[in-house]
Design a protein around this ligand. Structure first.
Ligand SMILES: Nc1ncnc2c1ncn2[C@@H]1O[C@H](COP(=O)(O)OP(=O)(O)OP(=O)(O)O)[C@@H](O)[C@H]1O
Ligand SMILES: Cc1ncc(COP(=O)(O)O)c(N)n1
Length: 282
């Protein structure tokens, strides 16, 4: 018998998401793992809570015990190892405190913190005690912190209407200790919806993209932070990782999925479209 040729084992980067499950598959863990897969990064997950959710909204949320979240992180990092991680919906103060302590204990360095506190429509998702712990215990560990308009208003303690307001917010929030802050424009009006502002203590950058006219925007924030983490895992510098992630989100928004009766999710796998159809048959 002929000897099988050794083709070797290709190396793959690994990323971890610490976030909630979205039963509708549009945001949370599901969006993060699809984003990692698109970037050819192996995705691992520490689940914080289970949401009963669809394109119309969240019906119910069940938290996992903080010990479970911490154990998932430990199981992943001590065996497989990760080159980058992101946090999404952490839900309550005890989970936030436990995740922050574990980030420190496991010495996670490339960390994207998506401070899921207020929805794009302005509804507060976590209580004040949880926000306080996020601010003091987790945010200082962030390589990139990605608040949306309302989260930035809360963290920066100011109103945001204009590009100048976004710039002030990024500079103020930077004082909380993240290495870089990206204030996202999705919750603003007109073309500011597709503009984000970056501040890393030195560079103040405006990241602008084409505005996509769609109501199917569910999961854009999760997808952006997961794509930043994927690009960090691939070895890109934080600002480059963020620019690449923004390009990905913009294209995914162009191919957003018109499913459900509400806001459909972005189309993570647009390169798989054939003749503008998702149908598997030719
Ligand atoms: N209509 C749009 N066209 C292009 N880019 C957009 C649009 N809406 C949002 N974005 C971009 O999507 C990313 C996510 O921003 P957004 O402010 O929507 O975050 P979020 O509120 O956390 O997300 P979500 O809407 O999923 O809760 C940002 O880079 C933002 O600029
Ligand atoms: C489980 C879970 N996590 C996060 C979000 C917010 O998602 P996004 O801000 O990307 O719409 C969500 N709706 N559900």
């Amino acid at each position: 018998m002929e000897k099988q040729q050794d083709i070797g084992t290709p190396k793959i980067s690994v990323a971890m998401t610490i976030a909630g499950s979205d039963s509708g598959g549009g945001a949370g863990i599901q969006a993060d793992l699809r984003t990692f897969a698109f970037h050819k990064v192996h995705g691992t997950s520490a689940i914080t809570c289970i949401t009963a959710q669809n394109t119309l909204g969240v019906e119910r949320v069940d938290a996992l015990p903080p010990e479970s979240v911490v154990a998932q992180m430990e199981a992943i990092v001590t065996d497989i190892g990760v080159q980058a991680a992101k946090t999404g919906m952490l839900l309550n103060q005890t989970i936030i405190a436990a995740v922050a302590a574990q980030v420190e204990a496991l010495n996670l360095t490339n960390l994207v913190v998506d401070p899921v506190m207020v929805s794009r429509t302005g509804a507060q998702l976590i209580d004040d005690a949880a926000i306080a712990t996020l601010r003091t215990a987790l945010i200082p560990h962030a390589t990139v912190l990605t608040p949306n308009r309302y989260e930035a208003q809360m963290l920066g303690n100011l109103e945001i209407q204009t590009l100048a307001d976004m710039q002030s917010a990024a500079q103020r929030i930077y004082q909380l200790g993240a290495k870089a802050v990206l204030v996202k424009g999705g919750g603003l009006q007109g073309d500011l919806r597709s503009v984000d502002v970056w501040f890393d203590g030195q560079q103040l950058e405006t990241l602008a993209a084409e505005t996509v006219e769609t109501t199917n925007t569910h999961g854009t924030g999760c997808t952006l932070s997961a794509a930043i983490a994927a690009n960090l895992a691939l070895g890109y510098e934080p600002l480059t990782a963020t620019r690449r992630a923004k390009e990905y989100v913009t294209t995914a928004l162009k191919y957003a999925l018109a499913i459900g009766k509400g806001q459909g999710p972005v189309g993570h796998f647009f390169p798989l479209l054939v003749n503008n159809s998702w149908s598997a048959s030719s």
